[in-house]
Design a protein around this ligand. Sequence first.
Ligand code: 3PY
Ligand code: MG
Length: 252
Amino acid sequence: MRPNPILQAKTSGTATIGAWLTLGNTYVAELLGKMSFDWIVIDRQHGSIEWDMVGPAIQALELGGSSALVRVDWNEPSLIMRALDLGAAGVVVPMVSSAGEASRAAEAARYPPRGIRSFGPTRNYYSADAEQVEPACIVMVETREGMANIEAIAATPGVDGIFIGPADLALALEVPISLPMHSSVLGAIDQMVAACRNAGVLAGAASFDIQSAEDFSRRGVRLLTLGADVGYLKRGALQDIDFVKECRRHGS
Ligand code: 3PY
Ligand code: MG
C-alpha cells in the first residue's frame, strides 16, 4: 500500500502544508501539483470544479507529483465514497458539528467492518501500480455547535484530524472575517489543538496568508492550507499590473 502523506503526518507529528485547487483545469492542477506542497485539496464545496473534473484533477495532481485530497460538497456518504473511488488520498468534510456527524463521515470512508464504504473498483483500484491508498478522513469544524462538541468529534473512531474553517467559524461566532484573525477564532483554534492532542489526531486549519500560517503553526496546528490557485493567479497578475500602471503614468 502506498503511504498516505496525511496519515504519515498523523504518526510522525510533523507539520504538512497544502494548497487549494478551485479551478477545473488539468494544466492548473499539474502545475500546482509540481509546486512541492505536501498535498493539494480539490475544492468541491466552493470553487468552480464540477464532479466530472475531479478524477482528471487527481490524475493531473499526481502527474505533478502531489497527493490529492477532496473537500466534498457536504457530509454526504455517496460523495465521500465517490472521491475515494476516484483515487483521492482522503476527504475533507465540511461543517461537521457533532460526534454523530463525524462518525457518518468516517464510516463512509472505510470499508466494512470499520465502516459502510461500498466497494467501487474505479481508478484507485485499477491504477497502474494497483496500489490502494489508505484514505484519510479529516472533518471540518466551523460552527458553534462543532466547537461545543470538539472533544467528542476528535475522539470519534475513524476521524484522522480536525480542520478549522476560520471564515465560517467567524461567521458563526459573529465576529469579523479578518487578518489577523479575531481572538475568538484563535481561541477556538487553541481549543481544537488541545482536543486533537488528547485524542491523538491531527489538528488542522485553513490559514489565509504566511503570517496566519506561522501563528497557527506556533499554536500547534499541524495540517495547514495556505493559498489557492485563484489567489496565486491574482497575486502574480497584480505584480505585473503595478508595472503596467507605472508605464502608463510615464506614458511609455
Ligand atoms: C473556512 O474558512 O470556512 C473554510 O472553509 C476554509 O476553506
Ligand atoms: Mg468553511
